[in-house]
Ligand binder design. Sequence first.
Ligand code: 6PG
Length: 239
Amino acid sequence: MHLHIYKDEEELAIALANWIEVLIRKTLEVKDRFSIALSGGESPKKLYQKLASDPYREKINWGRLHIFWGDERVVPFNDERSNAKMGYDNLLSQVNIPTEQVHSIWTDIPPEQSAKQYEKILHQYFDDKQTTFDLVLLGLGEDGHTLSLFPGSKILQDGSSWVNAVDSKEKGERITLMPAVVNRSSAVAFLVKGKNKAKVLQNILEEKEPQNYPAQVIQPLNGELHWFVDEESAKYLKN
Ligand code: 6PG
């Protein structure tokens, strides 16, 4: 595990954008494509805006990127809660990625059907490969959830599915990637910011309560695990 702490949200977004740009460039030196799963929520917005602006907009070979989402809220695309909309508004609408390489999670069909359909696409992409995604971007909830894997959710027992539909009383209907596909990625990067995440980040990274938090289930088998955090969220971490 690699922990990267930055002064504030601005420095965090720039550092992660730099790290992603280098990872993409290095990967495309040896592979024909780079597959990335975008995270939702509020935290990655500034990162996406950075990637959509120079120098990253200029430097990144967008034509060879394949875009996926880590999870989605079952709302229409034009709904403010849509992770796909947030990704398009802050990044994808400003860079040239062939539409057939952008795989948003369908929310206009029953969630179970959409989960199966998305799983099928992922198997088509990755079944004959050693690893799955080249990078998965993740956020962290104050309750220790990541993706739409919420504490106490029964799907956490599912060690084989790659995608599942979730109906959380608190968070509503969701469709989410599962640890089985995320943990076969080459790299996973959590982006965490704000003092409201400090307690749970300490509990997770200092393993005060092992495996009590869904985010702790994300342990790449052969890939890298990175935590990019700001000083506010890292305030309780031992140096
Ligand atoms: C979602 C996300 C979720 C998010 C965390 C953190 O769709 O909501 O995938 O896992 O990353 O809830 O959200 P914030 O960045 O908004 O705090």
